[in-house]
Design a protein around this ligand. Structure first.
Ligand SMILES: Cc1cc2nc3c(=O)[nH]c(=O)nc-3n(C[C@H](O)[C@H](O)[C@H](O)COP(=O)(O)OP(=O)(O)OC[C@H]3O[C@@H](n4cnc5c(N)ncnc54)[C@H](O)[C@@H]3O)c2cc1C
Length: 261
């Protein structure tokens, strides 16, 4: 059966953006909020996993942009919450690449594939015809293509994080994970006990499928058929989720060349 609930602001997504938005609202006296999160926990792309008995970061691992003129808010939160970090200067960093059986690729094979990937990227930049570039084929070429293009070069210089907040980077080296920072932030405004969130203003496992705006406010519909009403909605899902069209909007979001603006 359909249930209806009304509040001032609905926040969709409990990653760092959604949680930070909720915290700002709470600090400014807006406590009549509802956070709807699709997964079973807060954190979004800040998420830890376990590998060989130790905690590893599956998403964000570094705090980038420290030591500049402006204070980096993420760094401030890390310091406030006592998150353990270490300075990261990359001078002795190396990537190990493993095959599906868990065997490490010999460094010669990896460096040849890396050189091929770099040469292809440089050719791609110099030539107007991108189809002249080599397409990665083998598993190791694909892994290196990912590191080189999706990981290292996805953001175009100049990168505002480094300009605004400084050029230093710190690696999160804390068994509690980067996500610990989020739980510390959440303590400020949601009811918690023993590290668990007990506040019913956070609804986990709740996938939003529809957002309708009207003169009366906003109506949000979930996969389970619940309908929530609010004066305002803050949507913090990724561009990828928007492009997947999982969520229907009324009125539609503006779209240009298949990209949601
Ligand atoms: C592998 C990886 C490594 C990274 N490394 C770094 C790094 O070292 N340093 C750094 O600063 N950043 C890094 N990032 C980026 C960083 O993790 C993200 O920018 C940041 O966590 C995004 O936070 P967000 O709240 O904007 O979005 P998200 O974390 O994506 O949060 C959005 C939330 O919305 C929820 N959601 C989605 N759809 C729905 C729906 N329909 N209904 C309800 N809820 C929904 C999701 O479950 C999610 O919890 C990395 C990201 C990845 C993936």
């Amino acid at each position: 059966m359909e249930s209806r609930n009304r509040c001032s602001v609905i926040i969709i997504g409990a990653g760092i953006s959604g949680i930070a938005a909720a915290r700002v609202l709470a600090k400014n006296g807006v406590e009549d909020i509802l956070i709807l999160e699709a997964s079973e926990s807060i954190g979004g792309r800040m998420k830890k996993g376990s590998f060989g008995g130790v905690a590893v970061e599956l998403g964000a691992g570094w705090i980038a942009g420290v030591g500049g003129e402006k204070p980096n808010p993420v760094w401030n939160l890390a310091v406030e919450s006592g998150l353990r970090t270490c300075y990261s200067d990359y001078s002795n960093a190396r990537f190990n690449i493993y095959d599906r059986s868990g065997n490490i690729y010999p460094s010669g094979v990896a460096s040849d594939a890396y050189k091929k990937g770099v040469d292809s990227a440089i050719r791609n930049l110099r030539e107007d015809e991108p189809h002249n570039a080599t397409t990665p084929e083998t598993p190791i070429e694909k892994a290196i293509d990912f590191i080189l293009h999706d990981f290292e070069m996805a953001e175009v210089e100049p990168i505002s994080t480094y300009i605004d907040f400084g050029e230093s980077e710190f690696l999160v080296a804390d068994e509690r994970g980067y996500e610990y920072l989020l739980y510390k932030v959440t303590e400020d405004f949601l009811l918690m006990s023993d590290g668990k969130i007990l506040d019913d203003r956070l609804k986990l496992n709740t996938v939003v499928r529809g957002i309708n705006q009207s003169t009366d406010g906003v109506t949000v519909t979930t996969e389970g058929g619940c309908v929530y009403e609010a004066d305002y909605v803050i949507l913090s899902v990724s561009i990828g989720v928007l492009q997947s069209q999982l969520i229907s909007f009324n009125p539609h979001l503006p779209v240009h060349n298949n990209f949601v603006l």
